[in-house]
Design a protein around this ligand. Sequence first.
Ligand code: SF4
Length: 228
Amino acid sequence: MRIAEIFHSIQGEGQFTDMPSVFVRTSGCNLRCWFCDTPYTSWEPEGPQMPWQVVLDKTLSFDCKHVVVTGGEPFLPRDIVPLTKALAEQHRFVTIETAGTVHRPVHADLMSISPKLGNSTPDAARGGRWRSRHESLRQNLPVVARLIAEFPYQLKFVVDQPDDVAEVEAYLHLLPAVEAKNVWLMPQATTRDQLATQTTWLEPTARRLGFQFSSRKHIELFDNVRGK
Ligand code: SF4
């Protein structure tokens, strides 16, 4: 599997915000969100190929119970299956962060799914051939429905504009099994200033609708510096 980085930090988003965690970041993605905050795993993927056993050893070298397998899209490499099962055998708590477009028979203690809204599609100038591919792949309801049936889950939506909230509500109507308490609205932001501006209106909106609000702690603390 191609690995962009393995590092120790704190979880910045969702229900385990502030939890010390080891991040295993796979490289490669089937989508091309214009706002991708890890372009070194999508637009310009980096990192060496590694046997999953080497990834496991590097991950276990951190004395840390929580492991976040993220990307890129971590469901693309087949080796996510033996890797997550081996992590569970070593009593690690495994969160998988995915856009929910691919399914594999993994182990996960939390499936953190971030379905991509229309606001994610790159424009023609940036996206080129990726624009239509992204648009056709970015949502896969059968996969998301299967993931939320099989695993403890949270759904995280990256919200850029107030109109995006109506799109979230329309999407959730198609997944009646989803509980509002498991839905997190999160600002689209790559800098502290953007995050602060977006939070002023999105946090009360999320509360009013019965959803959760998630900041992006790693941006608050590190301003989106890679590897932190
Ligand atoms: S799905 Fe995630 S990793 Fe892939 S392009 Fe979008 S934000 Fe980046």
